[in-house]
Ligand binder design. Sequence first.
Ligand SMILES: Cc1cc2nc3c(=O)[nH]c(=O)nc-3n(C[C@H](O)[C@H](O)[C@H](O)COP(=O)(O)O)c2cc1C
Length: 189
Amino acid sequence: MKYLVFLVAYAALAQQPAARILVAYHSETGHTEKLAQAIAKGAASVEGAEVTLRKTSDVKPEEIARYDGMVVGTPVHWANLTAETKRFLDQVGAALWAAKTNGDGRTAGAFCTGGGTAMGKDVARLSVLAAFLTMRFTVIGGVDSEGYGTLGPEATTGPADPGVSEKEQEEPRRFGERFARLTRQVRRQ
Ligand SMILES: Cc1cc2nc3c(=O)[nH]c(=O)nc-3n(C[C@H](O)[C@H](O)[C@H](O)COP(=O)(O)O)c2cc1C
């Protein structure tokens, strides 16, 4: 009986159309782009996920409403998200409004890189997530190596911990996988 329930649930999931996920990022010197690539890789490893990786400046307003999940990455500029990332979030809100829809049944997440260990990475990610919450998205965070929830992947890139190491790309890969899995569950029918 248990086996039958599992088979029916599996068949129902397998029949669903792909969950379309956008990983959009702003990056001036390539650090945030590395995290974006790792997240996209993790998300693409989930069966039934269709992943698009784009610079925020390359996302066209008319494609926004087609995504079931959106992950947005920003460098920290003056302890917050960048002006470019804010412009993109405004564009997302306007596109959904124009399409007479909202974030219900869609997921969102945030990630960032910052030069300092504690100079705005939390604020930057919370700013991204606050915009998505206001648009009615279901927000998904990450899980760190000790099992605690996080605001989303991050990396320190300044003198205390230069660049984005291979190890710092593990959390974003795991996050991408978790994000895609949960998006398949949350997605509007
Ligand atoms: C104008 C400007 C302001 C910045 N302000 C901060 C800051 O407040 N806190 C911080 O941790 N890093 C700050 N940084 C460093 C960047 O966040 C960091 O180098 C980041 O990894 C760059 O990402 P990118 O390579 O994707 O552009 C700033 C960088 C610039 C150019």
